[in-house]
Ligand binder design. Structure first.
Ligand code: WT7
Length: 712
C-alpha cells in the first residue's frame, strides 16, 4: 500500500523498483594511492597475483594459501562439492593448527615474542610471551585438559574469557588436541554464555576470577555460576569450571568456589608442569572451533569452522591483506571473543610467526592517548580496529595521535561501513598519511576477509571495501536473482558465487538453518552438485561502482522504508556526520501515519560544541541535500552518548524503542545502560509537547521496532 501522503515525494517509477534495488545516493570518493614505502616491502606487490586467483584457476589457486602451512599429509582433493552446500576443502589432508601456530616457529624464532600482552592498568608491566614460552604454556594446558578434564579430539569446551593471554594459550591447547573450542565474548552475560554452553554441548567451562575494564577490576567468576545454571536449565551439565586468576594468589570474585566443580587453574597446574603433549594430526575437515554469531536477539548461530580450510584462509589473507611479516609488530585491537580476534589476533598472525599484541582494556582508558602510547612503546607497525573505535577516538582525542612517535605502515578498518570523513581522519591523523588502509568486509560465518583492496596494488576509496579479495567472486542480485550491474547506482543483495576455504562448515547442530539462511534464497538447482548453482547469500546490502569497488550498506534489514523509498541507515548517518559538529549518528524508523515510516536521527556532538546552535537543522539539511527530501528526518535528537554494546555497536533497537514509545527491551548487554533512561525521558517529554505520541502500534510494528538493527 502506498502510504505516501506527501506530494513532494511522489515518484511513480519507484514502485517498479524491486525490494533489493535501493537507489543509493552517495557521491563517489576520490582514490588514494598506497604509499611508495609500503609498496616496496609488501608481501603482495606483483600484480600477477591477481591473475593466479582468477576463476579459471579456481579452486586450485587456494593451494597457494594451503602451502603456507605445514601439513602432516597432503590432500588429494582440493574441493569436494558432492554434498552442497556443505563444501569440503583439502580433503584427505591432515595437519595440526597448534603445530602450525607454535611448534614450527621454534626452530627459526624461539625467542621472538609471539604475544605481547598489555594489561589495562598502566602501572602493570607488559608481558612478552616468546614462541618458546608459548610452546611450554600451551603444552602444559593441553596436558591439563587431557589429564584433569579427560577431554579428547571432537569434544567441546566453552571459554568465557576476557583479553588475557590465557585465552589464546587455551585455544591453542585445544587445537593441539583437536578439542573444539567455543569462546564466548567476555562482556556477554552468564545467561548468554550458558545458552552457548548448552548449544555446543560443552562439559567444561574456562573462566577467570576478574579482569580490568575502564579502571575497574570486574568480578567475572560470578557469571560462571549463572552460566552453569542456565546451561543446566537447557539440559547440559557442566562437570568442571576452570578458573584462572587475574592476580596470582588473590581472588577477585565474591562468589564461592563450588566444591567438586570449580578449580583454580594454578592449583591444578603443578601436576602438569613441564609436560609435553604431541599435537594430534587432524583431518583438514575436522572442526577447529565454534563461534556464535553476534546479535543479541534470536537464537545464536554456532558457526563451525574447519581446521585446514580455515587456517589456510586466515594465513593467506593475513599475509597478503594484513601484510604481516614475521618481523612486524601487529596489533589488532579487536576482542578474541569475536571472529576478528580468532582469525586476526590468534590464528592468522601466529601461523605466520609474527608478534601479535593483545590489550586487556578500553582504548580510551585512562585517556584517549592510550592506543598511541601502546603503539609508540611497542613499535607497532600494523594497526587493526573498527570504525566505532575510530569515531570514539576522534571524538575524545582528535589530536592525540600527533603527540606520539609511532609509525604505522598498514591499518585496517572492519565490522561496519566507515563514513568517508571518519576514514580520512584515520588516514591523515592516525596513519599520518604514511599507512595503507584496508577496509575489510566479511562476517563471522566467513572465516576471513571477503572484500578488500590488495594494499600495495589497489587504490583505496574511502567508504568502499574494494573488490572481492583473491579467489572470491562477489555478485549483487536483486530480489528476483537478477544481477545488478556495476555502475548502475542501484543496490541489492551481495552474494559470493563460489565456495572458499574459510567459509563455515555449518551451523552447529542446525544444518537446515545453515542451508535456509545462506543458500536457499539464490540456489538455482537444489539437485546440482555444481558450486555455480549455490551462491552464498551474505544477508548484506551493497552496491558496486563502475570501477568494481563494493560499498557495503549493512545487513539487509537495516533499512528504513519511507513512503516506499528504502533508505539505508548508513546513508543517513554518513550524511549527518558531514555536519562539522556531529561526532556520531544513528538512524531509526518511527511509525508515521502518512509515510509508513519516518526517519529519526540520534546524534552525539564533538566535545566543546554548544548543543543550542541549530545543529538539528543542519543535520536535516545535510540529509536532504545528500539523499533527498524524502529522507528528511522527522526529529533530530542530540544525546550525550549512544547506547552501545560492549563491542561498540550502537543499539539501534533501543533508540528505536524510545522513538516509538515501545519497550526498549533487554539493555543488560549495553556498555552504558544508564544513558537509556536519560535519553528516553528527554525524547518522550519533547514528543508529547510536540503532539507526536503515536497511536497504539500493531503487533507487527512492535516486532519490527524491537528487531531494528538486529539482523541475524
Ligand atoms: C557484518 C558482520 C567480520 C568482522 C566483524 C564483524 C558488517 C563487516 C564491514 C565492512 C561494511 C561491514 C556487515 C557484515 N561489516 N565488515 N568493512 N564494511 N560493513 O562480524 O559480527 O559477523 O558482522 O558486519 O554487515 O554482514 P559480524
Amino acid at each position: 500500500m502506498a502510504a505516501d501522503g506527501a506530494p513532494q515525494v511522489t515518484e511513480p517509477e519507484e514502485t517498479e523498483v524491486s525490494e533489493a534495488q535501493i537507489a543509493v545516493h552517495w557521491r563517489e570518493e576520490e582514490l588514494y594511492r598506497p604509499p611508495p614505502k609500503f609498496i616496496g616491502q609488501a608481501n603482495a606487490s606483483d600484480p600477477a597475483i591477481r591473475a593466479r586467483f582468477t576463476e579459471e584457476h579456481f579452486p586450485d589457486c587456494f593451494k597457494e594459501y594451503a602451502d603456507l602451512l605445514t601439513w602432516d599429509q597432503y590432500w588429494h582433493t582440493t574441493l569436494d562439492t558432492s554434498n552442497p552446500p556443505f563444501w569440503r576443502w583439502f580433503v584427505g589432508g591432515r595437519l595440526n593448527a597448534c603445530y602450525n601456530c607454535v611448534d614450527r616457529h621454534l626452530e627459526t624464532r624461539p625467542n621472538q615474542a609471539a604475544l605481547i600482552w598489555v594489561p589495562e592498568p598502566e602501572s602493570e608491566a607488559t608481558h612478552a610471551i616468546t614462541y618458546r614460552e608459548l610452546y611450554r604454556r600451551v603444552n602444559e594446558f593441553a596436558a591439563l585438559l587431557e589429564g584433569f578434564c579427560g577431554l579428547k579430539a571432537g569434544d567441546r569446551i566453552t571459554f568465557h574469557m576476557p583479553m588475557v593471554p590465557e585465552l589464546p594459550i587455551a585455544m591453542l591447547a585445544c587445537a593441539r588436541l583437536g578439542i573444539i573450542h567455543s569462546q564466548v565474548f567476555g562482556g556477554f552475560s552468564g545467561a548468554a554464555c550458558g545458552g552457548r554452553i548448552a548449544d555446543s554441548g560443552s562439559t567444561v567451562l574456562v573462566t577467570i576470577d576478574g579482569y580490568y575494564r575502564n579502571g575497574e577490576l570486574i568480578d567475572h567468576k560470578v557469571k560462571a555460576d549463572e552460566a552453569v545454571k542456565r546451561a543446566h536449565e537447557e539440559g547440559m551439565d557442566v562437570d568442571k569450571v576452570l578458573v584462572f586468576r587475574r592476580h596470582a594468589g588473590q581472588y577477585a570474585s565474591t562468589t564461592p568456589m563450588v566444591d567438586g566443580r570449580d578449580y583454580f587453574v594454578d592449583d591444578v597446574m603443578p601436576e602438569y608442569a613441564g609436560k609435553v603433549v604431541p599435537p594430534v594430526s587432524m583431518p583438514a575437515e575436522a572442526p577447529l572451533f565454534i563461534m556464535y554469531s553476534s546479535g543479541t536477539t534470536g537464537r545464536p548461530k554456532g558457526c563451525q569452522h574447519s581446521t585446514g580450510g580455515y587456517l589456510s584462509y586466515v594465513a593467506g589473507t593475513s599475509k597478503f591483506y594484513q601484510d604481516i611479516h614475521p618481523e612486524d609488530t601487529y596489533w589488532c585491537a579487536a576482542d578474541i571473543g569475536w571472529i576478528t580476534g580468532h582469525s586476526y589476533i590468534v590464528y592468522g598472525p601466529l601461523a605466520l610467526g609474527t608478534t601479535s599484541v593483545m590489550y586487556e582494556g578500553v582504548p580510551t582508558y585512562p585517556d584517549p592517548g592510550r592506543p598511541w602510547r601502546i603503539a609508540e612503546r611497542l613499535g607497532v607497525n600494523i594497526f587493526h580496529t573498527a570504525p566505532t573505535t575510530i569515531r570514539m577516538l576522534r571524538k575524545v582525542g582528535p589530536d592525540e595521535p600527533l603527540k606520539y612517535d609511532y609509525h604505522f605502515k598498514h591499518m585496517t578498518t572492519v565490522g561496519e561501513p566507515i563514513e568517508p570523513g571518519v576514514w580520512r581522519w584515520y588516514y591523515d591523523v592516525v596513519g599520518k598519511g604514511e599507512a595503507a588502509i584496508v577496509d575489510t568486509w566479511w562476517q563471522t560465518e566467513n572465516g576471513g576477509f571477503l572484500g578488500s583492496t590488495l594494499p600495495a596494488l589497489e587504490p583505496m576509496k574511502p567508504g568502499s571495501c574494494g573488490p572481492g579479495v583473491l579467489g572470491i567472486y562477489p555478485v549483487i542480485y536483486d530480489e528476483n536473482g537478477e544481477e545488478v550491474p556495476a555502475g548502475s547506482g542501484k543496490a541489492g543483495n551481495i552474494c559470493i558465487r563460489n565456495p572458499w576455504p574459510g567459509i563455515f562448515q555449518t551451523i552447529w547442530g542446525d544444518p537446515e538453518r545453515f542451508v535456509s539462511t545462506y543458500y536457499e534464497k539464490y540456489c538455482r538447482n537444489k539437485d546440482s552438485t555444481d558450486w555455480h548453482d549455490w551462491p552464498y547469500f551474505a544477508n548484506d546490502g551493497a552496491m558496486q561502482a563502475a570501477d568494481g569497488y563494493f560499498r557495503i550498506l549493512g545487513r539487509v534489514d537495516d533499512v528504513i522504508n519511507v513512503a516506499g523509498h528504502r533508505l539505508g541507515t548508513k546513508e543517513l548517518e554518513s550524511a549527518s556526520v558531514l555536519v562539522e559538529e556531529v561526532a556520531e549518528a544513528a538512524a531509526v524508523p518511527v511509525v508515521d501515519e502518512l509515510r509508513g515510516r519516518a526517519v529519526e536521527m540520534y546524534i552525539s556532538l564533538k566535545p566543546g560544541v554548544d548543543p543550542k546552535s541549530g545543529i538539528e537543522d543542519k543535520v536535516a539539511a545535510a540529509i536532504e541535500s545528500e539523499i533527498g527530501k524524502v529522507a528528511r528526518p522527522k526529529n533530530v535528537w542530540i544525546v550525550p552518548d549512544m547506547p552501545k554494546t560492549r563491542s561498540g555497536k550502537i543499539m539501534r533497537r533501543v533508540i528505536a524503542g524510545i522513538s516509538n514509545f515501545t519497550d526498549v527491551g533487554d539493555i543488560t548487554t549495553l556498555a552504558n545502560p544508564e544513558v537509556v533512561d536519560e535519553i528516553r525521558v528527554h525524547v518522550e517529554k519533547e514528543k508529547v509537547a510536540r503532539g507526536e505520541a503515536p497511536r497504539e502500534l500493531t503487533e507487527a510494528e512492535i516486532e519490527e521496532i524491537k528487531k531494528f538493527g538486529q539482523a541475524e
